[in-house]
Design a protein around this ligand. Structure first.
Ligand SMILES: Cc1cc2nc3c(=O)[nH]c(=O)nc-3n(C[C@H](O)[C@H](O)[C@H](O)COP(=O)(O)OP(=O)(O)OC[C@H]3O[C@@H](n4cnc5c(N)ncnc54)[C@H](O)[C@@H]3O)c2cc1C
Length: 429
């Protein structure tokens, strides 16, 4: 088992030219900083509206979380719908829950519109109960989905066996409108679309600071009328106040050798689905990719809030062991590659997408937990520039919203504990 992002290896099958770093002083109408799903979708919307856009990316487009992800596009968010209802009430929860659905539609429509070959797999998503007691959690979620008019199928223990016969699964909730993609290939192909539209993209270009409306990089600078900041792990040097507002959770992935048809059938006898969530706080998830490899993801309570990348294989080995406990006949399956990544999150697990309180020509899109949220929020920030009548989500995405743990208390507790406690509260309203 080697520590290597398998999506990087797969990218070698794709014709991709990397963009050189920015050298010298340039200017544009809108500058997008960060080339993950949020930044790429912001740039796409702006390009489609005919704006003069520059995109600056520290690594390669998709080089951070977006291109390390398992590519599960599911409407469910880190919070269950029932938890969102507990926090925000029915009407608001419906609106928030519909955001990742719009994000998925945006990604899938983009794939179809620009013919992006990125291993798009239409697969319904399962959410399973891993103990008899947890069946109630799924029933509560099914009730919430029904109340708000979202479609789903509920499987009791017996019925679940026919679609997903893993040992120790006690009930399942199945939802549609979910897909798998290769998120790194998607990022790079979307970059190529932007280049064709005349967007100037610079990779290997880290912005250290924004002074007035000029972003300073190591070899140059870019002045813009509007700036959308979609970066992860913001440093204090970049902006000490804003960097306090988000942190990360750590997740791990492993990719297997290609499975045989009968091995795949033993996991999903009727049709391929994805196991998107289970009822644990640190859940495991898996899906079959286009070349019949299994991608398995998960984490550990010990490393979930760990401040730095933790590369040891023991966490993913535990996740694989857990998967094999449910499917003992797949004990022999080998997972040659594993990697980890830090997913940016806010304290209530809802992203920040808002104007800089001190400079309205700068917007931040931060802490997007999930590809659909990121795509939606990047697109939303761009629409706030291109369309003065864009629907307003500032109520949910405000940068100055109050959290259960204040920034003063966070200073005393430290980020890992402050975010852990805030998430406990968000998930147990
Ligand atoms: C291991 C792992 C598995 C995941 N699996 C899934 C999944 O299956 N499904 C799902 O929906 N989500 C998944 N996620 C979460 C998802 O990847 C993220 O929520 C999403 O990609 C966030 O997108 P983003 O554009 O907001 O941020 P990022 O993708 O982090 O993009 C930010 C970009 O900004 C760049 N940047 C940072 N600082 C600077 C700077 N100063 N100057 C210029 N550029 C800068 C970075 O290099 C990066 O490319 C996973 C994440 C990880 C780590």
């Amino acid at each position: 088992m080697i520590y290597e992002n398998w999506l990087h290896i797969d990218l070698l099958n794709t014709q991709t030219d990397f963009c050189p770093p920015l050298r010298g002083k340039i200017s544009c109408d809108v500058l997008v900083i960060g080339g993950g799903f949020a930044g790429l979708h912001a740039a796409l919307r702006l390009a489609e509206s005919g704006k003069d856009v520059v995109l600056l990316e520290r690594s390669i487009c998709g080089g951070s979380s977006s291109g390390k992800s398992g590519g599960f596009l599911t409407p469910a968010t880190e919070s269950d719908l029932s938890q969102l209802i507990g926090l925000f009430g029915i009407e608001e929860a419906k609106k928030i829950y519909s955001i990742p659905i719009q994000g998925i539609n945006l990604i899938v429509d983009t794939i179809k519109k620009y013919n992006l070959n990125c291993d798009l797999q239409k697969q319904d998503a399962l959410y399973v109960a891993i103990s008899k007691r947890d069946i109630e959690i799924l029933k509560e979620e099914a009730d919430a989905l029904k109340k708000l008019g979202f479609s789903y199928t509920f499987y009791d223990t017996k019925k679940l066996k026919s679609v997903h016969p893993g040992k120790g699964y006690h009930a399942g909730l199945r939802s549609g409108n979910s897909y798998g993609i290769n998120s790194l290939v998607y990022s790079q192909k979307l970059k190529n679309v932007l280049l064709k539209k005349g967007i100037r993209v610079y990779e290997g270009t880290e912005v250290h600071k924004i002074e007035k409306n000029t972003a300073k990089t190591h070899l140059g600078s870019c002045k813009a009328n509007n700036i959308i900041v979609c970066i992860d792990k913001m440093t204090n040097e970049f902006d000490a106040d804003t960097s306090k507002k988000y942190y990360h959770i750590q997740s791990f992935l492993a990719v297997s050798e290609p499975l045989s048809k009968s091995e795949i059938k033993s996991i999903f006898p009727e049709e391929k689905m994805m196991m998107g969530w289970d009822t644990r706080h640190v859940y495991i998830h898996y899906r079959i990719m286009g070349d019949d490899r299994l991608v398995v993801g998960g984490g550990s309570a010990l490393t979930y809030y760990y401040p730095r990348h933790y590369n040891s294989p023991w966490v993913i080995n535990k996740v694989i062991k857990d998967f094999k406990r449910h499917f003992p006949f797949l004990e022999h399956v080998k997972f040659p590659y594993y990697w980890n990544g830090l997913i940016d999150v806010t304290k209530d697990l809802i992203p920040i997408a808002d104007y800089d309180p001190k400079n309205k020509s700068i917007q931040y899109v931060l802490g997007c937990a999930g590809l659909p949220f990121a795509a939606f929020c990047g697109d939303y920030a761009a629409r706030r520039i291109t369309d003065k009548n864009a629907e307003d989500y500032s109520k949910y995405f405000s940068i100055n919203r109050k959290f259960f743990i204040s920034e003063n208390l966070q200073q005393f507790l430290g980020k890992p504990l402050a975010f852990f406690l805030s998430h406990l509260r968000a998930l147990n309203p």
